[in-house]
Write a protein that binds this ligand. Structure first.
Ligand code: ZN
Length: 54
């Protein structure tokens, strides 16, 4: 089974995006980014809604 690459793009105008085939890694990076760059606490569920195929 080939791993599908997935990506998250930050909706804010900050040009942040992250790509991985590991959904767990994407979620962690996105949550850290939201907290560090936007002082926002987002949940794993929120992040999962933002995941798109890359
Ligand atoms: Zn951002």
């Amino acid at each position: 089974m080939a791993a599908q690459m997935k990506k998250i793009e930050c909706p804010s105008p900050c040009n942040f995006s992250v790509k991985s085939h590991d959904e767990k890694e994407l979620v962690e990076i996105a949550m850290q980014h939201a907290k560090k760059s936007h002082n926002m606490s987002i949940t794993e569920q929120d992040v999962k809604k933002m995941i798109k195929p890359a």
